[in-house]
Design a protein around this ligand. Structure first.
Ligand SMILES: Cc1cc2nc3c(=O)[nH]c(=O)nc-3n(C[C@H](O)[C@H](O)[C@H](O)COP(=O)(O)OP(=O)(O)OC[C@H]3O[C@@H](n4cnc5c(N)ncnc54)[C@H](O)[C@@H]3O)c2cc1C
Length: 378
């Protein structure tokens, strides 16, 4: 019998497992994938997320992989260019963008070091119920059968199409239509100029320096309809080249090092995040358009919120339920403003920009405030 079973071992699940294990709980962490492995993501972590990595003792290992701290941010917007140092969050002076196979694996290792048991290549198929509450999971076994594991609490950290959310029938508290599509790939030979974002001609571009001297270049746009696979590369290259002569030259000098990754599956929602014997964290609880790059940072903040609430003995179901209901309320309250901001940005509509932006684009105080809002820094 475990205190907590966590389904999904990426940035939400591994962080939650690490924090709960450090709090002394007996934790089982499961993921259907093998690790280290990548997942769809443009990788950027804002300063508050980097601060969590630092607090958890993982940041030095992330940076030791050659992942640069991103200390300059530039926004190219219609009629304006805002550029400035990444605002500090405590002692953290930049964002960073490690590959997910690095980040998620380091977090899993930290969870295991804290005492969590980790089973990769393990798919949760069903939940076990007792007296109307979730009492554990049923997962596939590598030898072909099924295994039951029991716990006081089961946490779904299994992404936006969460199996746990489906099995507990977690209702949507809020749902909005999907807005953008993301196409991205990795480039070498692009000059390191920090995080660069273009929001021009009804599309967004993000240049994100990551490990191995590579730059992830992402295109975000609102599709008119499905794009045929054979047209995607042309669309990506064509749209990127609309970002001006300097950018066109950089692409011409650079080299595309990987295939194009495409994602149109970006639902926007909050689900009810708790119930008897279960809780949701990360994208399973709350997913939003990735255009503001908040998913990883928010997964860390939610992991911390949930673990803080669960720093109690877990043997009294009423106390656990009270703790979870605080968690659910805090989650909705804390993440709604950033959710609404992501939806506004994802409309890719120049009319959504602040009217005083052009006038103040060279004012360092204004730029700092703008970049703080972007990074979720109070
Ligand atoms: C195209 C794109 C670009 C993005 N760019 C950024 C960005 O730049 N910055 C940012 O902060 N966020 C970004 N995001 C969002 C970010 O990737 C997510 O918010 C983040 O990955 C959520 O982490 P998670 O741990 O909740 O879920 P996930 O990363 O989805 O992990 C869920 C895990 O659960 C496992 N799982 C699922 N079902 C089961 C099951 N039945 N049994 C066992 N295991 C299971 C999966 O294998 C997976 O490993 C982007 C998202 C997309 C789609």
């Amino acid at each position: 019998m475990y205190d907590v079973i966590i389904v999904g071992a990426r940035c939400a699940g591994a962080a939650t497992a690490m924090l709960l294990a450090r709090a002394g709980h007996r934790v089982l962490l499961l993921d259907r994938m093998s690790f280290p492995s990548d997942t769809l993501s443009t990788l950027y972590i804002h300063q508050p997320g980097v601060a969590r990595l630092d607090r958890w003792g993982v940041l030095d290992q992330v940076l030791a992989t050659g992942c640069p701290l991103i200390t300059r941010i530039t926004f190219h917007l219609p009629g304006a260019c805002l550029s400035g140092p990444a605002p500090a969050f405590g002692s953290i002076t930049g964002g960073c963008a490690p590959r997910r196979r690095t980040l998620d694996h380091l977090l899993v290792q930290a969870a295991v070091a804290a005492g969590a048991e980790f089973r990769p290549r393990t798919t949760v198929l069903d939940l076990v119920w007792k007296d109307g509450a979730v009492a554990g999971v049923r997962h596939g076994s590598r030898r072909g059968g099924q295994v039951v594991e029991r716990a006081r609490l089961t946490v779904g950290a299994d992404g936006r199409h969460s199996t746990v959310a489906r099995l507990v029938r977690a209702p949507y508290v809020r749902q909005d239509p999907a807005l953008t599509c993301f196409y991205y790939t990795y480039w070498s030979g692009i000059p390191e100029q920090g995080l660069r974002l273009h929001f021009l001609h009804g599309a967004g571009t993000a240049c994100v320096p990551t490990q191995d001297g590579l730059t992830l270049i992402a295109l975000q746009f609102r599709p008119d309809g499905p794009v045929a696979p054979q047209d995607r590369e042309r669309l990506y290259q064509g749209r990127l080249r609309r970002n001006g002569e300097q950018f066109r030259r950089q692409l011409a000098d650079g080299r595309q090092e990987d295939r194009l990754y495409c994602c149109a599956d970006q639902p926007n929602f909050f689900r009810r995040a708790h119930g008897p014997g279960w809780a949701l964290v990360g994208d399973s609880a709350h997913n939003k358009d990735p255009i503001t790059a908040r998913g990883i940072t928010d997964a860390f903040l939610q992991a911390e919120m949930l673990a803080d609430r669960l720093s109690i003995p877990l043997d009294d179901p009423r106390e656990v339920e009270a703790a979870l209901s605080h968690y659910g309320r805090d989650l909705l309250r804390q993440f709604t403003p950033a959710y609404e901001s992501a939806l506004r940005t994802a409309r890719l509509d120049a009319d959504e920009l602040p009217p005083d932006l052009v006038q103040h684009q060279h004012d360092p105080v204004y730029v700092d405030r703008f970049l703080r809002r972007y990074g979720g820094i109070p």
